[in-house]
Design a protein around this ligand. Sequence first.
Ligand code: GDP
Ligand code: MG
Length: 445
Amino acid sequence: SLSDKLQNVFKNLRGKGRLSEEDVKAALKEVKMALLEADVNFKVVKNFVKTVQERAIGADVMNGLNPGQMVIKIVNEELTNLMGSETTEIAYRPGQQITVIMMVGLQGAGKTTTTAKLAGHVKKKGKKPLLVACDVYRPAAITQLQINGEKQGVPVFSMGDKNKPADIAKASIEHAKKNGFNVVILDTAGRLHIDEGMMDELVEIKESVDVAQTLLVVDAMTGQDAVNVAGTFDEKIGIDGVVLTKLDGDTRGGAALSIRAVTGKPILFCGMGEKLDDLEQFYPDRMASRILGMGDVLSLIEKAEASIDEEKAKDLSRKMRKAEFDYNDYLDSMAQMKKMGGIGSVLGMMPGMIPGMNSAQVSQLEGAIDDKKMAHIEAIILSMTPEERANPKLMNPSRKKRLARGAGVDIAEVNRFIKQFDQTKKMMKKMPGMMGGKRGRMKFP
Ligand code: GDP
Ligand code: MG
């Protein structure tokens, strides 16, 4: 169970003790190895480690963390930031305007497949997509797009292989206008290697129609090569974003980090298989985990985060002992519970508490802070003034009414929450004896 796992984490943590300064250096060395193993560009790794080192030196070591854990925590955060701290969507043109998306990339990268996958995604967004076959060099390419388009229920515009791709693109826009399509996705031809002819042709297409977004499709398995490809495509034709394909393979995905660092362009989607619904939005934090791998480094981060929680839990228990528990603490404990999976886990970290408490009492506490209600409760607390958060006694009917309006919830829900808060607090007030361990005057019925 989760609680067993947590117990083990803490056992290990205590067993290991504090990391020495050599451990800090060893941690960074390990990170460096993980990045290089994941096929991250050497220059990118060098810069990255330098950045982390600079930030780590200036940073305060957080409570409950030793320097080594702090460094690794920073690594994970910086890695995520480097790939964009949030997911990026297609930027659609407003109103009736047609959004033209041009797919580019080397042959075999997955352009045609991704084009069809993207059509499905666009359709789900309520748009009316049209696929356009601009790859006139391989007859099979047109058929491939038609077959995939049909599977997606999205029409394919094609003029065979006797026309210039730029002319096909232009004609497809007219077709889209006449037939009410508002997203046009151009599938273009790639070559095995970058050559002038391919670049010139892509530039010509881009100049012949009003392209809203040029998306580069790269094969994650090609690692370092993908980075060079991305750099050249961006330089020659300009790209707005990247789709990383074949991440279902065993690549560690270092290309993602390098491409982002080299081009500064966001990664929008990941290809996770050959099937047409194997397209996922790109999550920088997931990619950071993947790049770092599941080895020692990540478990160290988990330990670091767990020890922050432990420190916070101790702080909370100090406050409870003094019955100082306020709405700020409630917010803190909610954040922890989200991470740790229930109040039982948080309580489990408070020394001497669980032994005196039976499971019914834990679940009573858990019931008071149900997952589904969390979002509303959070909104209610966030609608409070700092004074109200720090001093629960200030609460009164007119304040409650204001909170309901601020949080956009029913007044009854505010009342219920305030009542639960007071009850929880009362319960906590009874705990000091239990938590002190020896005095043990508290006995639950
Ligand atoms: P294009 O030459 O760039 O148009 O590439 P294609 O779309 O024809 O894809 C080349 C090959 O890669 C095909 O066999 C696809 O099925 C395969 N492919 C594309 N995307 C993915 C993916 O995300 N995962 C896997 N495993 N295969 C993919
Ligand atoms: Mg193709």
